[in-house]
Design a protein around this ligand. Structure first.
Ligand code: ADP
Length: 393
């Protein structure tokens, strides 16, 4: 925070801001720590300290891993499945031991949390844990839906009964922190003003979504009321005929939990291939002649192309197509298969450049009418940036 004790007029004070970011998932708790000066760096800086607690290793225990920019590492099993206790232990490594980067937790000026409706209870646990440990430090909830808050009604209202809208059943969109970061990074890479760019951002990780971005705003997106809508994903189906649900309810009397489990955890690449939700393992199975894995990839590409086509129509043109997250950043084959069909709008990949999966670079051919960018998404940095912005208002 601006240094309250600084005797000099504010403009001359050396201002640093120490920002802690918490990113809670259902099976992990990630955190990182940045120290910023009074001007934001051009490029996302490396966090001084990063930590992750993984609860998938052993029942009732968390695996804590900490790394620092100075190259120190620390690992420990936390014998507690309480999020608050685990967060407290994780934060001790910020100011104690080999991974220490500050002298006391009081130095933390602001804490930013990634907040997403599916994780609301664990986000709240994190916010309460910080309140307990750090007292009344300012905390910022950065909503993963916020970037899509200006969607036009035609894009966010579902064509069910009008009452749905009054009950809050509408498209919210997700991956907003990632799409927002990528849209701004794209403008920087292209050296253009984001106010006159039409972009399609493809976030292809375990979850997958597209955003159509015009003038820096999201104008259409594929995820909806929940992250289950839209593209085929690692283990989620994406959009399916809602009549299938009615059919399954009538025929097999599934419970809501069973349907949730099928559509969120046993569909998508995993459901069709029977191999895995991990694209690398699906690709390996295809190489070994597995036809279900091939079908899974074919559906994934088919739906991705269709989704991009829909975003293209919402934008009425395209300056750049962005690929980000695990699959988007690493799979040259997925990028090539998607781009192949968009030759009719003058989009042409540089095949060799694409194969190298360069980070934060343009992999379109020189004469392509549309740029194709591979961007390493940095959601934690985007959250830190929001904290920095808010504290300056
Ligand atoms: P999340 O959505 O959970 O943040 P990530 O963005 O880390 O996930 O993406 C995870 C997915 O990225 C993995 O499941 C895997 O399918 C894919 N992935 C990672 N590396 C590669 C690679 N080299 N080639 C293809 N896919 C990859």
């Amino acid at each position: 925070m601006p240094n309250a004790q600084c005797p000099m007029p504010n403009a001359q004070c050396p201002i640093t801001m120490k920002i802690l970011v918490l990113n809670a998932g259902s099976s992990s708790q990630k955190s990182c720590f940045y120290e910023l000066n009074d001007t934001l760096p051009d490029r996302p800086p490396q966090p001084l300290w990063e930590a992750k607690i993984d609860w998938t290793h052993r029942e009732g225990a968390g695996e804590l891993q900490v790394t620092t920019a100075a190259g120190h590492r620390f690992e420990e099993e936390i014998a507690s499945d309480s999020r608050a206790g685990a967060i407290a232990r994780m934060l001790e490594t910020l100011w104690q031991g080999e991974t220490q980067v500050i002298n006391s937790l009081n130095e933390i000026d602001i804490v930013g949390h990634r907040v997403a409706p599916i994780h609301n209870p664990i986000n709240l646990e994190g916010i309460e844990a910080i309140e307990k440990i750090l007292g009344n430090v300012p905390q910022v909830a950065v909503f993963d839906t916020a970037f899509h808050s200006q969607l036009p009604p035609a894009a966010f209202v579902y064509p069910g009964p009008y009452e749905w809208l009054e009950e809050g059943i509408r498209r919210y969109g997700f991956h907003g922190i990632s799409h927002q970061y990528c849209a701004r990074r794209a403008a920087e890479i292209l050296n253009r003003d984001s106010a006159d760019l039409r972009l399609i951002s493809c976030h292809l990780g375990n979850g997958c979504s597209l955003a159509a971005v015009r003038d820096g705003l999201s104008v259409d997106t594929t995820m909806g009321f929940t992250p289950l809508d839209g593209l085929m994903m690692g283990s989620r189906s994406g959009a399916i005929d809602p009549g299938i649900i009615i059919h399954l309810l009538r025929r097999s009397h599934f419970t809501a939990e069973e349907l949730d489990n099928i559509l969120n955890r046993n569909s998508g690449l995993k459901g069709i291939s029977g191999v895995s939700s991990d694209m690398r393992l699906v690709a390996e199975a295809i190489a070994n002649g597995n036809s279900r894995a091939q079908l899974a990839l074919d559906i994934y590409i088919h739906r991705l192309r269709a989704g991009i086509g829909a975003m293209l129509a919402s934008l009425g043109g395209l300056d750049a197509l962005i690929f980000t997250a695990g699959v988007g950043e690493n799979s040259a084959a997925v990028r090539a298969a998607v781009c192949e069909v968009f030759g009719f709008i003058g989009l042409r990949l540089d095949g060799e450049k694409n194969l190298n999966s360069p980070i934060d670079d343009d992999v379109a051919a020189v004469d392509s009418a549309v740029r194709v960018l591979v961007i390493h998404t940095q959601e934690d940095w985007e959250i830190a940036r929001e904290c920095w912005d808010i504290s300056r208002r």
